[in-house]
Write a protein that binds this ligand. Structure first.
Ligand code: SAM
Ligand code: NAG
Length: 361
Protein backbone atom coordinates (compact mmCIF):
# COMPACT_ATOMS: atom_id res chain seq x y z
CA UNK A 1 0.00 0.00 0.00
CA UNK A 2 1.66 3.21 -1.07
CA UNK A 3 -0.86 5.77 0.01
CA UNK A 4 0.66 8.89 1.33
CA UNK A 5 -1.32 11.43 3.24
CA UNK A 6 0.27 14.81 3.52
CA UNK A 7 -0.38 14.67 7.23
CA UNK A 8 1.67 11.51 7.61
CA UNK A 9 4.66 12.75 5.71
CA UNK A 10 7.84 13.98 7.22
CA UNK A 11 10.55 16.15 5.73
CA UNK A 12 12.84 13.17 5.41
CA UNK A 13 10.41 11.66 2.99
CA UNK A 14 10.14 14.81 0.94
CA UNK A 15 13.87 15.05 0.62
CA UNK A 16 14.02 11.42 -0.38
CA UNK A 17 11.36 11.98 -3.01
CA UNK A 18 13.29 14.87 -4.49
CA UNK A 19 16.31 12.75 -5.09
CA UNK A 20 15.35 9.16 -5.53
CA UNK A 21 11.65 8.68 -5.11
CA UNK A 22 12.12 6.44 -2.10
CA UNK A 23 8.68 5.34 -1.09
CA UNK A 24 7.17 5.65 2.32
CA UNK A 25 4.11 3.61 3.05
CA UNK A 26 1.51 4.80 5.51
CA UNK A 27 -1.96 3.96 6.68
CA UNK A 28 -5.06 6.02 6.16
CA UNK A 29 -4.78 9.66 7.06
CA UNK A 30 -7.14 12.51 7.55
CA UNK A 31 -8.86 13.60 4.39
CA UNK A 32 -8.82 17.30 3.62
CA UNK A 33 -12.17 18.89 3.06
CA UNK A 34 -14.49 16.64 5.02
CA UNK A 35 -16.23 19.57 6.58
CA UNK A 36 -19.57 17.92 6.25
CA UNK A 37 -18.41 14.39 6.73
CA UNK A 38 -21.78 13.41 8.19
CA UNK A 39 -23.64 14.12 4.98
CA UNK A 40 -24.48 10.91 3.16
CA UNK A 41 -24.83 12.12 -0.40
CA UNK A 42 -24.58 15.09 -2.73
CA UNK A 43 -28.17 16.05 -2.03
CA UNK A 44 -27.50 16.40 1.69
CA UNK A 45 -24.42 18.49 1.05
CA UNK A 46 -26.42 20.76 -1.21
CA UNK A 47 -29.09 21.08 1.46
CA UNK A 48 -26.42 22.10 3.96
CA UNK A 49 -24.99 24.63 1.55
CA UNK A 50 -28.47 25.99 0.98
CA UNK A 51 -28.99 26.37 4.71
CA UNK A 52 -25.56 27.74 5.63
CA UNK A 53 -24.22 29.31 2.48
CA UNK A 54 -20.50 29.15 2.07
CA UNK A 55 -18.11 30.89 4.34
CA UNK A 56 -15.49 33.12 2.87
CA UNK A 57 -12.61 35.04 4.23
CA UNK A 58 -9.05 35.91 3.42
CA UNK A 59 -6.84 34.32 0.82
CA UNK A 60 -3.29 33.62 1.90
CA UNK A 61 -0.19 33.74 -0.26
CA UNK A 62 2.94 31.73 0.35
CA UNK A 63 6.11 33.62 1.16
CA UNK A 64 8.20 31.39 -1.11
CA UNK A 65 7.08 32.05 -4.65
CA UNK A 66 10.44 31.49 -6.29
CA UNK A 67 11.11 30.10 -9.73
CA UNK A 68 13.88 27.57 -9.57
CA UNK A 69 16.73 28.11 -12.03
CA UNK A 70 14.89 31.02 -13.60
CA UNK A 71 16.80 34.12 -12.51
CA UNK A 72 15.19 36.14 -15.29
CA UNK A 73 11.82 35.86 -13.53
CA UNK A 74 10.68 38.01 -10.64
CA UNK A 75 11.58 35.93 -7.58
CA UNK A 76 9.59 37.79 -4.95
CA UNK A 77 6.28 37.08 -3.29
CA UNK A 78 4.13 39.89 -4.72
CA UNK A 79 4.18 41.51 -1.26
CA UNK A 80 2.04 38.59 -0.05
CA UNK A 81 -0.93 40.29 -1.75
CA UNK A 82 -0.84 38.30 -4.95
CA UNK A 83 0.63 35.35 -6.81
CA UNK A 84 3.80 35.45 -8.86
CA UNK A 85 3.47 33.57 -12.14
CA UNK A 86 6.66 33.47 -14.21
CA UNK A 87 7.67 36.99 -13.37
CA UNK A 88 4.28 38.66 -13.25
CA UNK A 89 2.19 39.41 -10.16
CA UNK A 90 -1.53 38.69 -10.25
CA UNK A 91 -2.87 40.66 -7.29
CA UNK A 92 -5.58 39.67 -4.83
CA UNK A 93 -8.72 41.85 -4.77
CA UNK A 94 -8.03 45.40 -3.62
CA UNK A 95 -4.29 45.29 -4.36
CA UNK A 96 -2.45 46.63 -7.34
CA UNK A 97 1.01 47.63 -8.60
CA UNK A 98 3.79 45.61 -10.24
CA UNK A 99 4.36 43.76 -6.97
CA UNK A 100 0.87 44.22 -5.51
CA UNK A 101 2.32 46.75 -3.09
CA UNK A 102 -0.43 49.34 -3.57
CA UNK A 103 -3.43 49.10 -1.26
CA UNK A 104 -6.65 50.14 -3.00
CA UNK A 105 -9.11 48.46 -0.71
CA UNK A 106 -11.36 51.47 -0.12
CA UNK A 107 -14.48 49.57 -1.06
CA UNK A 108 -13.80 45.98 -0.13
CA UNK A 109 -15.85 43.72 -2.39
CA UNK A 110 -18.19 41.50 -0.45
CA UNK A 111 -19.07 37.86 -0.76
CA UNK A 112 -22.77 37.16 -0.43
CA UNK A 113 -24.04 34.08 1.30
CA UNK A 114 -23.48 32.03 -1.84
CA UNK A 115 -21.44 34.26 -4.08
CA UNK A 116 -17.70 34.65 -4.50
CA UNK A 117 -17.52 38.33 -5.36
CA UNK A 118 -14.93 39.07 -2.69
CA UNK A 119 -12.45 36.86 -4.55
CA UNK A 120 -12.99 38.40 -7.97
CA UNK A 121 -10.34 40.46 -9.75
CA UNK A 122 -10.77 42.28 -13.06
CA UNK A 123 -7.43 41.11 -14.32
CA UNK A 124 -7.55 37.39 -13.61
CA UNK A 125 -11.10 36.57 -12.49
CA UNK A 126 -11.37 34.35 -9.39
CA UNK A 127 -7.99 32.64 -9.18
CA UNK A 128 -7.75 32.03 -5.41
CA UNK A 129 -10.31 31.48 -2.68
CA UNK A 130 -10.32 30.89 1.07
CA UNK A 131 -9.63 27.44 2.43
CA UNK A 132 -13.12 27.29 3.88
CA UNK A 133 -14.66 28.02 0.52
CA UNK A 134 -12.53 25.31 -1.10
CA UNK A 135 -13.66 22.80 1.51
CA UNK A 136 -17.30 23.47 0.63
CA UNK A 137 -16.69 22.86 -3.08
CA UNK A 138 -14.51 19.86 -2.41
CA UNK A 139 -17.10 18.26 -0.15
CA UNK A 140 -19.72 18.53 -2.88
CA UNK A 141 -17.23 17.09 -5.37
CA UNK A 142 -16.35 14.09 -3.23
CA UNK A 143 -19.89 13.05 -2.44
CA UNK A 144 -20.78 13.38 -6.10
CA UNK A 145 -18.08 10.90 -7.12
CA UNK A 146 -18.91 8.61 -4.22
CA UNK A 147 -22.35 8.27 -5.79
CA UNK A 148 -21.13 7.96 -9.38
CA UNK A 149 -21.31 4.88 -11.53
CA UNK A 150 -18.16 4.68 -13.63
CA UNK A 151 -19.37 1.59 -15.44
CA UNK A 152 -22.09 3.65 -17.06
CA UNK A 153 -19.86 6.64 -17.73
CA UNK A 154 -16.46 5.04 -18.35
CA UNK A 155 -14.85 7.43 -15.87
CA UNK A 156 -15.03 11.21 -16.00
CA UNK A 157 -15.39 12.32 -19.64
CA UNK A 158 -12.62 9.99 -20.84
CA UNK A 159 -13.79 10.04 -24.46
CA UNK A 160 -14.06 13.84 -24.55
CA UNK A 161 -10.41 14.11 -23.61
CA UNK A 162 -9.29 11.41 -26.04
CA UNK A 163 -10.88 13.54 -28.73
CA UNK A 164 -9.49 16.80 -27.39
CA UNK A 165 -5.94 15.46 -27.20
CA UNK A 166 -6.21 13.64 -30.55
CA UNK A 167 -5.63 10.28 -28.85
CA UNK A 168 -2.50 11.72 -27.16
CA UNK A 169 -0.49 11.23 -30.35
CA UNK A 170 1.69 14.29 -29.74
CA UNK A 171 2.73 13.10 -26.28
CA UNK A 172 5.09 10.49 -27.72
CA UNK A 173 5.62 7.51 -29.99
CA UNK A 174 3.72 4.32 -29.19
CA UNK A 175 5.60 2.58 -26.37
CA UNK A 176 7.55 5.69 -25.32
CA UNK A 177 8.79 5.99 -21.75
CA UNK A 178 7.45 9.17 -20.12
CA UNK A 179 10.02 9.08 -17.31
CA UNK A 180 8.92 10.36 -13.93
CA UNK A 181 5.24 10.99 -14.51
CA UNK A 182 2.75 12.98 -12.41
CA UNK A 183 -0.99 13.45 -12.74
CA UNK A 184 -2.42 16.27 -10.63
CA UNK A 185 -6.06 16.15 -9.46
CA UNK A 186 -6.48 12.75 -11.10
CA UNK A 187 -9.87 11.95 -9.54
CA UNK A 188 -10.80 8.28 -8.94
CA UNK A 189 -10.27 7.01 -12.48
CA UNK A 190 -7.57 9.34 -13.82
CA UNK A 191 -7.10 10.41 -17.42
CA UNK A 192 -3.53 9.15 -17.53
CA UNK A 193 -4.38 5.45 -17.30
CA UNK A 194 -6.37 5.79 -20.53
CA UNK A 195 -3.49 7.67 -22.14
CA UNK A 196 -0.95 5.05 -21.05
CA UNK A 197 -3.08 2.24 -22.47
CA UNK A 198 -3.94 4.05 -25.70
CA UNK A 199 -0.28 4.72 -26.52
CA UNK A 200 1.29 1.78 -24.62
CA UNK A 201 3.44 4.26 -22.71
CA UNK A 202 5.77 3.23 -19.93
CA UNK A 203 7.02 5.33 -16.99
CA UNK A 204 9.77 5.33 -14.39
CA UNK A 205 7.52 6.51 -11.56
CA UNK A 206 3.79 7.04 -11.73
CA UNK A 207 2.78 9.68 -9.17
CA UNK A 208 -0.78 10.80 -8.47
CA UNK A 209 -1.39 13.98 -6.47
CA UNK A 210 -5.06 14.17 -5.52
CA UNK A 211 -6.58 15.72 -2.37
CA UNK A 212 -9.51 13.30 -2.52
CA UNK A 213 -7.39 10.18 -3.03
CA UNK A 214 -7.99 8.53 0.33
CA UNK A 215 -11.70 9.16 0.06
CA UNK A 216 -11.89 7.82 -3.49
CA UNK A 217 -9.91 4.71 -2.58
CA UNK A 218 -12.25 4.02 0.32
CA UNK A 219 -15.62 5.10 -1.02
CA UNK A 220 -15.73 5.47 -4.80
CA UNK A 221 -16.52 2.67 -7.21
CA UNK A 222 -13.73 1.28 -9.38
CA UNK A 223 -11.07 3.76 -8.24
CA UNK A 224 -8.07 2.69 -10.34
CA UNK A 225 -5.58 3.04 -7.46
CA UNK A 226 -7.80 1.52 -4.75
CA UNK A 227 -5.09 -1.05 -3.96
CA UNK A 228 -2.43 1.65 -3.82
CA UNK A 229 -1.08 0.60 -7.23
CA UNK A 230 -2.23 1.15 -10.79
CA UNK A 231 -2.76 -2.00 -12.77
CA UNK A 232 0.29 -2.59 -14.95
CA UNK A 233 2.44 -0.17 -12.95
CA UNK A 234 2.96 -2.16 -9.77
CA UNK A 235 5.91 -0.91 -7.82
CA UNK A 236 5.95 2.34 -9.78
CA UNK A 237 2.78 3.97 -8.41
CA UNK A 238 2.86 6.60 -5.66
CA UNK A 239 -0.41 8.17 -4.53
CA UNK A 240 -0.18 11.43 -2.59
CA UNK A 241 -3.32 12.65 -0.84
CA UNK A 242 -2.80 16.39 -1.25
CA UNK A 243 -3.79 19.33 -3.40
CA UNK A 244 -1.77 20.82 -6.23
CA UNK A 245 -0.92 23.77 -3.99
CA UNK A 246 1.60 21.36 -2.44
CA UNK A 247 3.43 20.88 -5.73
CA UNK A 248 6.30 22.89 -4.29
CA UNK A 249 7.37 19.63 -2.67
CA UNK A 250 8.72 18.66 -6.07
CA UNK A 251 11.48 20.67 -7.68
CA UNK A 252 12.39 19.80 -11.27
CA UNK A 253 11.80 16.08 -10.82
CA UNK A 254 9.14 15.23 -13.41
CA UNK A 255 9.65 14.53 -17.10
CA UNK A 256 5.91 14.61 -17.78
CA UNK A 257 2.98 16.16 -15.93
CA UNK A 258 -0.69 15.86 -16.73
CA UNK A 259 -3.63 17.82 -15.33
CA UNK A 260 -7.15 17.63 -16.76
CA UNK A 261 -10.19 19.58 -15.61
CA UNK A 262 -8.79 20.49 -12.21
CA UNK A 263 -8.01 24.20 -11.87
CA UNK A 264 -11.60 25.38 -11.47
CA UNK A 265 -11.91 23.11 -8.42
CA UNK A 266 -8.83 24.27 -6.56
CA UNK A 267 -7.93 26.60 -3.73
CA UNK A 268 -5.32 28.67 -5.57
CA UNK A 269 -5.02 28.13 -9.30
CA UNK A 270 -2.05 30.42 -9.96
CA UNK A 271 0.05 28.85 -7.23
CA UNK A 272 -0.69 25.50 -8.89
CA UNK A 273 0.45 26.74 -12.32
CA UNK A 274 3.65 28.02 -10.71
CA UNK A 275 4.08 24.65 -8.99
CA UNK A 276 3.61 22.76 -12.26
CA UNK A 277 6.32 24.84 -13.87
CA UNK A 278 8.76 24.32 -11.01
CA UNK A 279 8.03 20.60 -10.68
CA UNK A 280 8.86 19.97 -14.35
CA UNK A 281 12.42 19.44 -15.45
CA UNK A 282 13.55 21.90 -18.10
CA UNK A 283 12.41 20.33 -21.37
CA UNK A 284 9.69 18.40 -19.51
CA UNK A 285 6.27 17.93 -21.03
CA UNK A 286 3.00 19.41 -19.74
CA UNK A 287 -0.34 17.91 -20.84
CA UNK A 288 -3.22 20.01 -19.69
CA UNK A 289 -6.89 20.68 -20.24
CA UNK A 290 -8.86 23.45 -18.54
CA UNK A 291 -11.56 25.94 -19.40
CA UNK A 292 -11.26 29.64 -18.77
CA UNK A 293 -14.08 31.88 -17.60
CA UNK A 294 -13.72 35.40 -18.81
CA UNK A 295 -17.12 36.38 -17.45
CA UNK A 296 -18.22 36.29 -13.85
CA UNK A 297 -21.81 36.54 -12.69
CA UNK A 298 -22.26 36.65 -8.95
CA UNK A 299 -25.07 34.13 -8.39
CA UNK A 300 -28.24 35.29 -6.75
CA UNK A 301 -29.66 31.84 -6.14
CA UNK A 302 -27.70 28.75 -5.21
CA UNK A 303 -25.66 28.25 -8.36
CA UNK A 304 -24.43 24.68 -8.77
CA UNK A 305 -21.84 25.64 -11.34
CA UNK A 306 -20.37 28.11 -8.88
CA UNK A 307 -20.61 25.66 -5.97
CA UNK A 308 -18.53 23.02 -7.75
CA UNK A 309 -16.28 25.47 -9.58
CA UNK A 310 -15.20 28.15 -7.12
CA UNK A 311 -12.25 29.13 -9.33
CA UNK A 312 -13.27 30.98 -12.48
CA UNK A 313 -10.03 32.20 -13.97
CA UNK A 314 -9.51 34.27 -17.10
CA UNK A 315 -7.70 32.97 -20.15
CA UNK A 316 -5.14 35.77 -20.03
CA UNK A 317 -3.45 34.07 -17.06
CA UNK A 318 -2.90 30.88 -19.03
CA UNK A 319 -1.77 32.80 -22.11
CA UNK A 320 0.93 34.46 -20.02
CA UNK A 321 1.93 31.11 -18.49
CA UNK A 322 2.40 29.22 -21.76
CA UNK A 323 3.87 32.04 -23.80
CA UNK A 324 6.59 32.74 -21.25
CA UNK A 325 7.28 29.24 -19.98
CA UNK A 326 6.66 26.74 -22.77
CA UNK A 327 7.32 25.73 -26.35
CA UNK A 328 3.82 24.97 -27.58
CA UNK A 329 3.09 21.62 -29.22
CA UNK A 330 -0.70 21.64 -29.07
CA UNK A 331 -3.08 24.47 -28.20
CA UNK A 332 -6.61 23.66 -29.35
CA UNK A 333 -9.45 25.83 -28.06
CA UNK A 334 -12.00 25.46 -30.83
CA UNK A 335 -15.06 23.30 -31.45
CA UNK A 336 -12.99 20.91 -33.55
CA UNK A 337 -11.43 19.35 -30.44
CA UNK A 338 -14.69 19.30 -28.42
CA UNK A 339 -17.81 17.27 -28.83
CA UNK A 340 -20.98 19.20 -29.53
CA UNK A 341 -22.69 18.47 -26.20
CA UNK A 342 -19.75 19.81 -24.25
CA UNK A 343 -19.66 23.00 -26.28
CA UNK A 344 -23.39 23.44 -25.73
CA UNK A 345 -23.27 22.79 -21.97
CA UNK A 346 -19.88 24.10 -20.89
CA UNK A 347 -18.34 25.98 -23.79
CA UNK A 348 -14.90 25.19 -25.12
CA UNK A 349 -11.71 24.58 -23.17
CA UNK A 350 -7.99 24.49 -23.93
CA UNK A 351 -6.23 21.27 -24.89
CA UNK A 352 -2.59 22.07 -24.33
CA UNK A 353 0.64 20.13 -24.74
CA UNK A 354 3.90 22.01 -24.29
CA UNK A 355 7.52 21.56 -23.42
CA UNK A 356 8.99 23.64 -20.60
CA UNK A 357 11.59 25.98 -22.08
CA UNK A 358 15.19 25.10 -21.28
CA UNK A 359 15.74 28.66 -20.10
CA UNK A 360 13.61 31.75 -19.74
CA UNK A 361 16.15 34.21 -21.14
C1 SAM B 1 -13.73 17.21 -12.23
S1 SAM B 1 -12.62 16.25 -11.29
C2 SAM B 1 -11.49 15.70 -12.56
C3 SAM B 1 -10.75 14.46 -12.19
C4 SAM B 1 -9.75 13.95 -13.23
N1 SAM B 1 -8.76 14.95 -13.57
C5 SAM B 1 -10.45 13.48 -14.48
O1 SAM B 1 -10.49 14.25 -15.45
O2 SAM B 1 -10.93 12.36 -14.51
C6 SAM B 1 -11.70 17.46 -10.40
C7 SAM B 1 -10.70 16.88 -9.41
O3 SAM B 1 -9.89 17.93 -8.91
C8 SAM B 1 -9.58 17.61 -7.59
N2 SAM B 1 -9.11 18.81 -6.86
C9 SAM B 1 -9.83 19.69 -6.15
N3 SAM B 1 -9.04 20.61 -5.58
C10 SAM B 1 -7.79 20.30 -5.96
C11 SAM B 1 -6.52 20.87 -5.67
N4 SAM B 1 -6.42 21.93 -4.90
N5 SAM B 1 -5.44 20.28 -6.21
C12 SAM B 1 -5.55 19.20 -6.99
N6 SAM B 1 -6.72 18.62 -7.29
C13 SAM B 1 -7.82 19.15 -6.78
C14 SAM B 1 -10.85 17.04 -7.03
O4 SAM B 1 -10.63 16.31 -5.84
C15 SAM B 1 -11.33 16.20 -8.21
O5 SAM B 1 -10.87 14.88 -8.09
C1 NAG C 1 7.60 38.67 1.19
O1 NAG C 1 6.75 39.73 1.52
C2 NAG C 1 6.90 40.25 2.81
C3 NAG C 1 5.83 41.32 3.02
O2 NAG C 1 5.90 42.31 2.05
C4 NAG C 1 8.31 40.75 3.01
O3 NAG C 1 8.46 41.22 4.33
C5 NAG C 1 9.28 39.62 2.72
O4 NAG C 1 10.60 40.06 2.84
C6 NAG C 1 9.05 39.03 1.37
N1 NAG C 1 9.89 37.88 1.14
C7 NAG C 1 10.49 37.64 -0.04
C8 NAG C 1 11.30 36.38 -0.11
O5 NAG C 1 10.43 38.36 -0.98
Amino acid sequence: MVFISLFCLCCVFFLALHHSFTLFASGRGKVIGRKWADAKNAKEVLALVQAEGWASSVVHAKADQKHVNAPCFYQGNCSLHGENLLGRCFCFPGWTGEQCEVDERQSTPVCTNRGDTCFYTDEAGVFAISLERWHVAQEAELVTWDNWDPVASGGDRINDHLLGFDLYREVGEIGANLGNFLEVGCGPWTQSVTMMKTRAFDVEKYVLLEPGALNYAANTKDTVYASGQIDGFDGKTVVVNAGGEHLDLFLEVFDTIMMVNVLEHTNNAISILRGLYNALKPGGLLIMNERWLDTFDPPEELDLNALYHPIRMKQTVFDHFISVGFDIIRDCRTAECHNADIVKNYGTSTYFIGRKKESCA
